[in-house]
Design a protein around this ligand. Structure first.
Ligand SMILES: Nc1ncnc2c1ncn2[C@@H]1O[C@H](COP(=O)(O)OP(=O)(O)OP(=O)(O)O)[C@@H](O)[C@H]1O
Ligand SMILES: [Mg+2]
Length: 97
């Protein structure tokens, strides 16, 4: 059964992104499948997992939120495999703002 863990805090710079990255890595290390979803237009999680948010136009959580499910662009919305970690990522960039 899938579980959703949300890391949310209005205050900036308190370790949300660092917590998500480390918990995700540890879950994978323990043998779980883990999909990380970046919900911050700053894209810090996306960057920390090795991607350039500016190169991901049209493939982010923004499109997942705004496009209807039958939109042809949905085919491009595949989670990105994160090198060396076994993690999958749905990235974010400034479009989410
Ligand atoms: N447990 C920790 N111990 C020491 N430093 C930490 C710890 N967790 C995070 N940091 C550092 O604190 C800073 C802010 O962390 P992070 O970017 O994860 O916060 P955030 O809440 O996601 O920030 P933002 O609101 O900008 O998204 C970073 O420099 C990070 O490396
Ligand atoms: Mg952050």
């Amino acid at each position: 059964m899938a579980h959703v863990i949300a890391v949310v805090n209005q205050k900036g710079g308190v370790g949300k992104t660092a917590t998500v990255a480390n918990v995700a890595w540890e879950l994978v290390a323990q043998g779980h499948s883990c999909l990380a979803v970046d919900l911050d237009p700053q894209g810090s999680l996306t960057i920390s997992l090795g991607f350039d948010p500016d190169e991901l136009a049209g493939q982010t959580i923004y499109e997942g939120m705004v496009l209807p499910p039958d939109h042809p662009q949905h085919r491009r919305l595949q989670p990105l495999p994160v090198e060396l970690t076994g993690l999958a990522l749905i990235p974010a960039n400034l479009d989410l703002a």
